[in-house]
Ligand binder design. Structure first.
Ligand SMILES: Nc1ncnc2c1ncn2[C@@H]1O[C@H](COP(=O)(O)OP(=O)(O)O)[C@@H](O)[C@H]1O
Ligand SMILES: [Mg+2]
Length: 276
C-alpha cells in the first residue's frame, strides 16, 4: 500500500538492476523510470512508431516524469541473467526469439528517424543512415544480451532497453552472438558449451525467414561486429569505470577468443545456412 503521507516522489520506487550499465533505474507501479539521456527522445519516437505499427512487445514510451526522468511501461515477465540458465538453451527459445525479431523488423522497416535524431552508443561514433544505394537502413534494437529479453512461459516474449537502437546492418548478428551463441565454448554458459552452433544458426535463419542475401552476409557481418565490439570496448574501458570493470573482468580475453572462433567456425556456419 502506498502511504499517502509520503510525497508522490518517494512512493514505492523499487530499484531495478540489470547488467549494471545504467544506474538509477526504478520501477514505480506499472512504469519504469530511467535517467534521461541525449538519445532518449529519439528512442521514445521509435518505440511509439513500433506500437502504432502493431508491435506491442516493447515498452510503451510515456514521456518524462516530474523529475525529468524517462518513463516507460513495465514489461511483465522474467529477464534471465548471465550465465544463461539451461532451459534457455532449448531450440524453441531460439525460434521464438527469431520470430520476435522478425516481427520487430517488419514493423520497423521504412521508419525514418525524426530530423535531429540522436543515437546512443560510443560517443563520436559515425552513424550511417542509408545503404550505399540510398535506401534507409533498418533501425533496430542491436543489443540482445540476456538482460534485455523478457521471457514469458519459458520463451522470449518482449524486448526492453532500446538504448543502443540505431540504423543498422548487423542486428541479426547481434542476436546470434548472444543466443547461438557466436562465442568461444569457454565463454558460453555451461548449457550452451557443447551445442551445434551451425545447426542453431540454421534454426534461427529458418524461423526468421532469412533471405539468401542475409544468409550470405551473416558471417562477414558477425566477424566485423565482433571486431568492432573489441575496438569499442577497449576505447570505452579507457574512459568509463563501468566498462573498465567489464574489460578487466574478462571482456579483454573474451572478444579476441570470439574473433578467433568465428574465423575458424564461420565457413561451417555459412555452409549450414546457404540456400541450396
Ligand atoms: N520496461 C521494463 N520492463 C521490465 N523490466 C525492465 C524494464 N526496463 C528495465 N527493466 C529491468 O531492469 C533491468 C535493467 O534495465 P535496462 O534498461 O536493461 O538497463 P541497462 O542499461 O543497465 O542494461 C533489466 O534487465 C530488467 O530486468
Ligand atoms: Mg539492459
Amino acid at each position: 500500500m502506498t502511504d499517502p503521507s509520503r510525497g508522490i516522489d518517494q512512493c514505492d520506487e523499487v530499484p531495478l538492476v540489470g547488467d549494471g550499465v545504467t544506474q538509477e533505474i526504478v520501477r514505480v507501479g506499472d512504469t519504469v523510470r530511467r535517467p534521461v539521456r541525449p538519445f532518449s527522445l529519439t528512442i521514445q519516437a521509435y518505440l511509439a512508431h513500433l506500437h502504432a505499427a502493431g508491435f506491442s512487445e516493447a515498452p510503451v514510451p510515456l514521456g518524462l516524469d516530474e523529475r525529468g526522468r524517462e518513463v516507460l511501461s513495465f514489461v511483465p515477465g522474467d529477464v534471465p541473467r548471465e550465465p544463461l540458465p539451461p532451459e534457455t538453451a532449448r531450440e524453441e527459445v531460439l525460434v521464438a526469439l527469431a520470430q520476435l525479431i522478425r516481427r520487430l523488423h517488419d514493423v520497423a522497416e521504412g521508419w525514418v528517424a525524426p530530423e535531429g535524431a540522436v543515437w546512443g552508443g560510443i560517443p563520436g561514433m559515425r552513424v550511417r543512415n542509408s545503404a550505399p544505394d540510398g535506401e534507409p537502413l533498418l533501425v533496430s534494437h542491436r543489443d540482445y544480451c540476456p538482460g534485455n529479453v523478457v521471457f514469458r512461459d519459458g520463451r522470449p516474449a518482449a524486448l526492453i532497453d532500446f538504448d543502443l537502437a540505431k540504423p543498422t546492418v548487423d542486428d541479426i548478428a547481434n542476436a546470434l552472438y548472444y543466443w547461438a551463441p557466436l562465442m568461444h565454448p569457454e565463454d558460453r554458459a555451461p548449457a550452451f558449451r557443447d551445442l551445434d552452433i551451425p545447426h542453431r544458426v540454421a534454426v534461427f535463419a529458418d524461423a526468421y525467414g532469412m533471405t539468401s542475401e542475409q544468409r550470405r552476409v551473416l558471417v562477414p557481418a558477425a566477424t566485423t561486429m565482433i571486431g568492432r565490439f573489441h575496438v569499442n570496448m577497449r576505447a570505452a574501458a579507457e574512459r568509463d569505470p563501468v566498462f573498465r570493470r567489464f574489460w578487466d573482468e574478462g571482456v579483454k580475453d573474451r572478444l579476441p577468443r570470439a574473433e578467433a572462433w568465428i574465423q575458424q567456425e564461420g565457413p561451417a556456419i555459412t555452409a549450414g545456412i546457404a540456400h541450396r
